[in-house]
Design a binder for this molecule. Structure first.
Ligand SMILES: Nc1nc2c(c(=O)[nH]1)N[C@H]1C(S)=C(S)[C@@H](COP(=O)(O)O)O[C@H]1N2
Ligand SMILES: [Mo]
Length: 421
């Protein structure tokens, strides 16, 4: 390079860097000292990069290696029958990448090939049928985005605020675009008795089988027999090659490695729908079946794993909202623990039974905040406070906790999980 050109180019760049830094309110504007990232030629511009033959399947860049599922070992006796959590604090938009979408297994994830896959339909049907994977691919298919939330999501909040991070308090959720066949199509194929009082019992090919009974009305409505998520094959841990998608209903009903569908006269009352995934009230009486996941929301940033690091000035408060009853119509955000509320901006109009992203574009003056979000859905339902929920449900609960969550943010921008009442 002609040396005489260098000084003038550098001088120009230094000048523009100072202007840019000056526009960031409260930012550590580089007064004087030139920013070498702007003024100097860097290695990445001096040498060639990685060739296309080295990345047959792309993984996140090393700098994002913290954005992974995490589990909490003391929550369960064994990692085989356990749960890990989606890093929702670090994601944006609404789609959950499969590679970091939470997993919940009762007997571990199994490796089942398409060649070994069989799906049986029996019970009250004219023609009991067994499908191969290839058979399923010949039925007309649909695409839909839905959230899947484990009924135990936020379950530790019944007893207080024990887990410090949106990933751990609210990360038993993922949201994907599924490709699948409406369950109703397969029921028709088998000549199933589709009267309203019939039930559809579904089970998986894993050792736990995770059997669940679904009322016929839901089975005929929007349930999918899915084989793709976010455009690609399901991951092993999410039920490859075929899982059930039960929109808006508790994750436990989304049977993975789906192997059998039986039309029955009654609910089977399996383990998973009696002693587990059931809500016990204060007086010991259990509420029979809670299928739909009520409207809920959480602020993902700032949050305990996402402190404010940029000081005062413009602050984007962001989070997720969802409802098993349909679309999210509005989300309010409070910075004072629920005394006053501001309506947040939705990233885009909410899809039915899918995650909705919300933003509150605000200014932070550095004073402590008690951050909360409150979701509303198209039925008019408003997400309850912790106190309101405990009043109705008591404190025996494990499942179906959709209370308003509170993060305390201190002057340094550090956030922690707290309760207000
Ligand atoms: N066959 C089978 N299906 C299953 C389970 C299981 O252990 N085995 N776990 C259920 C539970 S409790 C939940 S919350 C969801 C979790 O789905 P994911 O692992 O894709 O997140 O799958 C459900 N389907
Ligand atoms: Mo679950």
């Amino acid at each position: 390079m002609d040396d005489s050109l260098k000084p003038s180019r550098r001088a120009f760049l230094r000048g523009s860097a100072a202007v840019a830094a000056g526009t960031v309110a409260g930012g550590a504007a580089a007064q004087g000292a030139p920013d070498p990232l702007i003024t100097e030629l860097q290695d990445w511009a001096s040498f060639t990069g990685v060739g296309v033959d080295e990345t047959p399947y792309g993984l996140p860049i090393q700098f994002e290696r913290d954005v992974v599922r995490r589990n909490v070992p003391w929550l369960t006796a064994s990692p085989i029958s356990s749960i890990n959590f989606t890093p929702i604090h670090a994601l944006d938009g609404t789609i959950t990448p499969q590679g970091c979408a939470f997993e919940r297994h009762h007997s571990g994830a199994i490796e089942l090939s398409k060649a070994d896959y069989r799906l049986m339909i029996n019970g009250l049907v004219d023609r009991p049928l067994v499908f191969t994977y290839e058979d399923l691919e010949r039925f007309p298919r649909e695409n839909h985005v839905y959230f899947c939330e484990c009924a135990a999501n936020t379950g530790m909040e019944w007893a207080g605020s024990q887990l410090n991070g949106a990933q751990f308090t609210h990360g038993m959720i993922h949201n994907m675009e599924y490709t699948g066949i409406p369950l109703r199509t397969l029921l028709q194929e088998a000549g199933a008795d589709m009267s309203a009082d019939k039930w559809v019992y579904v089970e998986g090919a894993d050792a736990s089988s995770n059997g669940r009974s679904i009322p016929m009305e839901k089975a005929l409505d929007d349930v999918l027999v899915a084989f793709k998520a976010n455009g690609e094959a399901l991951r092993m841990e999410h039920g490859y090659p075929v899982r059930l998608v039960v929109p808006g209903w508790e994750g436990n009903m989304w049977v993975k490695w789906l192997r059998r569908i039986e039309i029955t006269d009654m609910a089977v009352e399996s383990r998973e729908e009696t002693s587990k995934y059931t809500d016990v009230y204060e007086d010991g009486v259990a509420r029979k079946w809670t299928w739909v996941m009520d409207a809920k929301s959480v602020i993902t940033s700032p949050s305990p794993q996402m402190p404010i690091t940029h000081g005062t000035g413009p602050l984007v408060i962001s989070g997720l909202a969802w409802s098993g009853h349909g679309k999210i119509t509005r989300v309010d955000v409070s910075t004072d623990g629920g005394i006053s509320w501001q309506t947040a901006r939705l990233g885009k109009q909410g899809d039915s039974k899918a995650l909705t992203r919300f933003y509150l574009d605000t200014e932070w003056d550095g004073s402590p905040m008690l951050l909360q979000s409150r979701a509303m859905d198209e039925t008019g339902y408003v997400q309850p406070t912790k106190d309101q929920l405990r009043e109705v449900r008591g404190e025996n609960g494990v499942y179906h906790n959709n209370c308003i969550q509170t993060w305390f943010v201190n002057e340094e921008g550090i956030a922690e999980n707290v309760e207000v009442s």
